[in-house]
Design a protein around this ligand. Structure first.
Ligand code: NCD
Ligand code: ZN
Length: 348
């Protein structure tokens, strides 16, 4: 007899999410709010969210765009620039408005032109953040042209991340969207002050999925998909139950025509199917009992926030139907498709 498999877990949070602004934000927000209680909202708008005032205004726009009756808490992040004011950052933390500061190396990814070029310039802010316990979320890739795109994360750890952490004791750091065995190993050797998020696509796909038999622009994201052995290391980390690893979908919507393009944008829009995908990955690793740690427990613990009181239920059945695209006022956005059927659905 076929047994229905059912799993109830505390409602998940997304510790790395791009919501954009305006019509795009209005279109994608309901898809995250359906399943996730809270999200660390990335500040890489144009222009970026740099000051506390800008973060407060962005937060208000997100809350105003929520459908009637839907509860969702945006956790705001400031975009670190070389001219960021430590007093403004500190006040934004004290008031509870801001939960992290985001470090983009200048030019590393979508909308990162105002990021940091000289890491010594931001040392005073990092020291203040260590004092007040405000986490630094790091896009961990070097941007020097001579470094191969597949090596940029591993080089960043040695050249930038480790020196910053040594120079700034007590600084709480999230290694965001890790994609390599090197990053997973570095994170698991860290103390309680280190966390690492992992995306859905990096747990499901490797670079062959993106490049063999035709180029698949909807799998192009940054940091770029790596070889299979790295994906396997990430699955081991995510399913280990180790409290340092938690979910950051990095769901990053771009209008379909800007992805299917001679110079396509980086980012996968995974929010609608993230939990169906993750249940699949954890089941495949025989670790469904650790899904909650990854999606719902380890993240709040790192950020010093309570685990959500309410729950969601996932059920395994016939292959789910999912939209190929969602419509937004800023054009259609293609929904992440891992190239295989998904059997887990969120039922409640
Ligand atoms: C993100 C985006 O589109 O804003 N893209 C991506 O490929 N992940 C930026 C980022 O997180 O690097
Ligand atoms: Zn991102």
């Amino acid at each position: 007899m076929a047994m229905t498999k059912r799993l109830t877990i505390p409602r998940p949070d997304d510790w790395h999410l791009h919501l954009r602004d305006g019509a795009m934000m209005e279109g994608v927000l309901p898809w995250s709010a359906r399943h996730f209680a809270r999200a660390i909202v990335m500040p890489n708008l144009v222009p970026p969210v740099v000051t506390a005032d800008q973060a407060a205004a962005y937060r208000d726009r997100i809350l105003a765009a929520l459908p009637e009756g839907v509860v969702f808490e945006p956790l705001m992040t400031l975009y670190l620039t070389e001219t960021t004011d430590p007093e403004d950052v500190s006040a934004a933390h004290t008031s509870g408005l801001v939960k992290s500061v985001k470090l983009y190396p200048a030019g590393a990814t979508t909308n990162s032109a105002s990021g940091v070029a000289n890491f010594d310039t931001v040392r005073p802010i990092l020291e203040r953040m260590a004092e007040i316990g405000l986490p630094l979320c790091v896009h961990g890739e070097v941007t020097r042209t001579e470094i191969d795109i597949f090596d940029r994360e591993a080089v960043f750890i040695d050249e930038v991340l480790d020196p910053i952490r040594r120079a700034t004791p007590g600084l709480r750091v999230v290694m965001e969207h890790i994609t390599t065995a090197e990053a997973a190993a570095y994170a698991s050797n860290g103390g309680d002050d280190l966390g690492a998020t992992i995306t859905v696509q990096h747990l499901m796909l490797d670079r062959n999925d993106m490049l063999v038999g035709g180029i698949r622009p909807h799998y192009y994201c940054l940091p770029i998909l790596k070889r299979k052995s790295h994906r396997e290391a990430l699955v081991r980390a995510a399913t280990s139950g180790d409290q340092r690893f938690f979910l950051g979908t990095d769901s990053a919507p771009h209008a379909t025509d800007t992805k299917e393009n001679a110079c396509g944008c980086a980012g996968c829009f995974t929010a609608p199917v993230a939990l169906s995908c993750l249940a699949e990955v954890f089941e495949g690793a025989d670790a469904l009992d650790r899904l909650a740690a990854f999606t719902s427990v380890n993240g709040p613990k790192f950020y010093g926030l309570p685990v959500n009181q309410d729950t969601i239920t996932l059920e395994k059945g016939a292959a789910i139907s999912r939209p190929a695209e969602i419509e937004t006022g800023a054009g259609p956005v293609t929904v992440f498709d891992p190239g295989r059927p998904l059997y887990w659905r969120v039922t409640a």
